[in-house]
Design a binder for this molecule. Sequence first.
Ligand SMILES: *[C@@H]1O[C@H](CO)[C@@H](O)[C@H](O)[C@H]1NC(C)=O
Ligand SMILES: *[C@@H]1O[C@H](CO)[C@@H](O)[C@H](O)[C@H]1NC(C)=O
Ligand SMILES: *[C@@H]1O[C@H](CO)[C@@H](O)[C@H](O)[C@H]1NC(C)=O
Ligand SMILES: *[C@@H]1O[C@H](CO)[C@@H](O)[C@H](O)[C@H]1NC(C)=O
Ligand SMILES: *[C@@H]1O[C@H](CO)[C@@H](O)[C@H](O)[C@H]1NC(C)=O
Ligand SMILES: *[C@@H]1O[C@H](CO)[C@@H](O)[C@H](O)[C@H]1NC(C)=O
Ligand SMILES: *[C@@H]1O[C@H](CO)[C@@H](O)[C@H](O)[C@H]1NC(C)=O
Ligand SMILES: *[C@@H]1O[C@H](CO)[C@@H](O)[C@H](O)[C@H]1NC(C)=O
Length: 337
Amino acid sequence: MNFSGILYIAMLFVTLEFEISICSLNPNDYQMVVTYGKPSKFTTPKILTITFDDCVQECWSDPTCVLVYDTSPSCQMFNLANITTVQKLNSSSNSRIAFRTYSTSSTCPNLTTTPILVGGTITGNTYYSPGTNLEVYQEFNVTLNTKTSTWSFTSTVYYPCLYMLPMTRGGKVYCFMVGMTSSCMNKTASLAFLGTTGYTLMGIANIWEYEYFKNTAISYLSLQTGSKNYTRIGFWIDGVRKTSCKYPVVNSAACNGTNEFTYSDKTAPNPVFEWVPGQPNGLLNNPPNSNCLYLRASNNGESGVDDMPCNYSVDTTLDLCMYGALMGTPANPNAVS
Ligand SMILES: *[C@@H]1O[C@H](CO)[C@@H](O)[C@H](O)[C@H]1NC(C)=O
Ligand SMILES: *[C@@H]1O[C@H](CO)[C@@H](O)[C@H](O)[C@H]1NC(C)=O
Ligand SMILES: *[C@@H]1O[C@H](CO)[C@@H](O)[C@H](O)[C@H]1NC(C)=O
Ligand SMILES: *[C@@H]1O[C@H](CO)[C@@H](O)[C@H](O)[C@H]1NC(C)=O
Ligand SMILES: *[C@@H]1O[C@H](CO)[C@@H](O)[C@H](O)[C@H]1NC(C)=O
Ligand SMILES: *[C@@H]1O[C@H](CO)[C@@H](O)[C@H](O)[C@H]1NC(C)=O
Ligand SMILES: *[C@@H]1O[C@H](CO)[C@@H](O)[C@H](O)[C@H]1NC(C)=O
Ligand SMILES: *[C@@H]1O[C@H](CO)[C@@H](O)[C@H](O)[C@H]1NC(C)=O
């Protein structure tokens, strides 16, 4: 994933007497809490030869990271499987650690009351890949026992997605996939295909998802198996043009880009993505009406979302094949979806 917000949050360093926390205002909702301690029960960490500040940033942007430890001039990075307990130390130890914590708050935690620093449990989450084509979203507890001055990590509920990627929306976990078939399909045929799988057509909820889905779609360009390789490939996504925003209605505040369409994916009611330059242009078209949205992948630098007639399976002018759809399903706790 591309966490382009890093420079922005780096400016939000809040320095307190003993602890520093980096607050994030991005939709992934993670905060790094920096304090003093030392891993006490663990297996092989990943060793990075970078400064501790860079290491904290690295962990913040890596969904598999749960803790980093300052071993200047290097740094140790732990995933959940590799860390069990951490000894709490005071500032004279000069032994810094940073927890990657989940938080829906856009402000820093109050360091004099936050359970991870004064005693209690916080719930975190992380991602890992335990096997081929299996991706897991895992929740865990970090508990600070003030009697023993130790933090312990405990795994709790997990959501495995087979051939799909787990992502959260509104606190719920879903398995997603840019679904690719072997033939070109109009939207009706694509929805009929989805119906047989039990997945539904999804929208794109935020710019991080968009970057991920777009890059996945681009990686499919070289996986075409038909009798011909297309220059561009497309995947239907949620979004249908409003009747009030069809030719010959002209561009206005009420019909200007994303709001020219209605969305039925309740988990992404206000989608965020980038358009192919110059799109959507359906307002300018005589029939055929460009009433449906799709994600276009191209090696020519014009990937993005575009509007297109719903009954097209191929656009010969663009040398584009509609290979599938963005699909998803709620993930099952502790069972493969
Ligand atoms: C974490 O532990 C696992 C199993 O104990 C090991 O295979 C892996 O190399 C360790 N380190 C990382 C960074 O995953
Ligand atoms: C920090 O911890 C050490 C070892 O437990 C102790 O000797 C020292 O007094 C503590 N310092 C402060 C400022 O609490
Ligand atoms: C943090 O919590 C303490 C104790 O409840 C309170 O006195 C203090 O004002 C809070 N600090 C901030 C910045 O809210
Ligand atoms: C995790 O923490 C929650 C909240 O404190 C608690 O209810 C739950 O039992 C804990 N789960 C485990 C496995 O420790
Ligand atoms: C399409 O591209 C793939 C990968 O580049 C290649 O293996 C395959 O032979 C091509 N198919 C055709 C019909 O050209
Ligand atoms: C449409 O949106 C763009 C970008 O947000 C804005 O610059 C433009 O003025 C808007 N056009 C109309 C007609 O509202
Ligand atoms: C979509 O494609 C199917 C299969 O090729 C075809 O039967 C159907 O008429 C098409 N529907 C629309 C609305 O274009
Ligand atoms: C799509 O539908 C329009 C009428 O709305 C029709 O003129 C056109 O031929 C259809 N195209 C395909 C590829 O089915």
